[in-house]
Write a protein that binds this ligand. Structure first.
Ligand SMILES: C[S@@+](CC[C@H](N)C(=O)[O-])C[C@H]1O[C@@H](n2cnc3c(N)ncnc32)[C@H](O)[C@@H]1O
Length: 481
């Protein structure tokens, strides 16, 4: 295969990937299997072979050490080399049940014994050991990993354990287990030696997906000219700058300087902006690359300035509000309250709207369907401003929901004789166009993932919509004849 990336190094990113040729939107950049997969730091124990969550002890029939869900387990992650290496250790399978946080660091440490090349590549990854030394996370890993491994007679020094834990915290990707995770504790993390080299940007140029074997696929989500850096978003793109930047500062040890972080309006999306109490326009952070809540916030229209700590208080209060409802009506009430202080595109409002869209999916009354359409359209207009590229999971999902509500509305209207065949057909064609756009965004999702399943549902929906539209066209042709 033609080379798609080259590894470069600079003072800011350390090592990073650059496009070796022009890459078209959707073009494959990299496919990679994980070096290792294991539970998150706070997560539950899992089968070493297939990652099934395990609450009781059952071990590999060969080494007797690794947790394994059954003799017939179909997973492939517990390799022969790992099995051999574990079999020579004193550790017992019940130790993994008691301290699941040691599973992934130990799995990585075992590489030292059976795969020197991979072990060396792993150690080359950035650990930020110096910055982490004696910080709270250092003590968490000392107690949770190093002290436990020592007690279990694993021959390793503390600095190496901290290096491994640092590498895992800085470089691993959150991956979903084969069996849909229902709680955050069931989420896993995977180490991918090459994918980990992608530098971060809050408007990334890649789309990343992981299939049920944990194989990762990275594609260009827009045109990437040869020589451009390959970027992935380490943070949640739907969060405001303060949240994203805190995540990057605390967990990845750098301050992002991308164009979105450098712009108080977040690319004119106003995702973090508040309503100006004087002129009702929007206030945004004046110096977004500094500490956002220590900096002043300024109105784009009347230039009124307020202190960042006031904004922070408003945000904290709003965050408490958005989970405090048990039905749609209460959610609408909270939305109205939030709109008094937060800008209409604020990420907290966006989160509430997303939750309301899923709640509204359970209703089929005209008012509720119309409300869902309005919310989907508002959400989509903000997502488009955030520059997620030509392939965006968020846009794919929102567009799917919009098509569903639109086709539902026109179907109900036709059934109640509120629209004629022509208008029904027009409505269905509009829904089809929205659905096609949604499918374009969901095209690359692995079939086993929730988004992949949605893409398959979208394909079926498109078939049904096309069938109904053809029937209606036939009726119209007969009418004209
Ligand atoms: C997942 S690693 C990337 C691989 C790493 N550069 C290496 O050489 O092993 C993440 C680290 O890369 C650096 N990095 C990535 N993106 C960056 C950015 N936009 N600005 C500054 N540093 C960045 C930071 O040190 C960060 O902790």
């Amino acid at each position: 295969m033609e080379l798609t990336t080259v590894i470069k190094r600079n003072e800011i990113y350390g090592r990073y990937l650059v496009a070796a040729k022009d890459l078209k939107p959707g073009e494959l950049i990299l496919k990679e299997c994980p070096l290792q997969v294991g539970p998150q730091t706070q997560a539950m124990a899992m089968c070493f072979n297939c990652t099934l969550y395990m609450a009781s002890e059952r071990s590999c029939e060969v080494c007797g050490k690794a947790l394994k869900c059954s003799v017939n387990c179909k997973g492939k992650l517990h390799t022969r080399e790992e099995c051999d290496t574990l079999s020579r250790m004193i550790i017992k399978s019940e130790d993994f049940l008691k301290a699941p946080q040691i599973i992934l660091p130990l799995r990585c440490l075992l590489l030292k014994q059976y795969d020197a090349k991979k072990w060396a590549e792993f150690l080359e990854l950035e650990s930020h050991l110096k910055e982490r030394k004696d910080s709270p996370i250092w003590f968490i890993h000392k107690e949770g990993v190093y002290d436990v491994l020592k007690k279990l007679n694993v021959d390793v020094d503390e600095e190496l354990v901290q290096t491994i834990c640092g590498i895992l915290d800085v470089n691993s990707f959150e991956v979903r287990p084969l069996f849909a995770a229902t709680t955050p504790q069931e989420c896993l993390r995977g180490v991918y030696l090459k994918a980990a080299l992608m530098a971060h940007d809050c408007t990334p140029n890649t789309h990343l997906s992981v299939d049920f074997t944990f194989e990762m696929t990275i594609r260009a989500n827009r045109f990437i000219p040869a020589g451009e850096t390959i970027f992935y978003n380490y943070a949640n793109g739907l969060q405001g700058s303060a949240e994203r930047r805190k995540h990057l500062h605390v967990g990845k040890y750098f301050d992002c300087t991308c164009k979105r972080c450098g712009d108080g309006t977040e690319l004119q999306s106003f995702l973090s902006s508040l309503i100006c109490t004087s002129c009702k326009s929007l206030i945004s952070c004046a110096e977004p690359l500094k500490d956002i809540y220590s900096s002043d916030w300024i109105c784009g229209k009347c230039s009124k300035t307020i202190k960042g700590n006031l904004v922070e208080n408003t945000i904290n209060h709003s965050k408490e509000l958005i989970n405090d409802y048990s039905n749609l009506q209460e959610a609408e009430g909270i939305l109205e309250k939030l709109k008094v202080t937060l800008g209409p595109n604020h990420y907290i409002i966006l989160e509430l709207k997303q939750n309301m869209i899923s709640l509204l999916g359970n209703y089929d009354g005209e008012l509720e369907i119309k409300r869902k359409i309005a919310l989907c359209e508002e959400l989509i207009s903000v997502l488009r401003l955030l520059d997620f590229g030509d392939i965006s999971r968020h846009l794919g999902i929102a567009l799917y929901e919009l098509h569903k509500a639109k086709s539902q509305l026109v179907y109900e209207a036709y059934n109640c004789n509120l629209v004629d065949v022509c208008q029904y057909l027009e409505g269905l064609q509009e829904a089809q166009n929205i659905l096609k756009e949604s499918m374009k965004h969901l095209l690359y999702e692995p079939k086993c993932s929730p988004e992949g399943k949605l893409a398959q549902r979208a394909m079926n929906d498109l078939r049904v919509l096309r069938g109904t539209s053809s029937d209606l066209e036939r009726i119209l042709t007969l009418d004209c004849a």
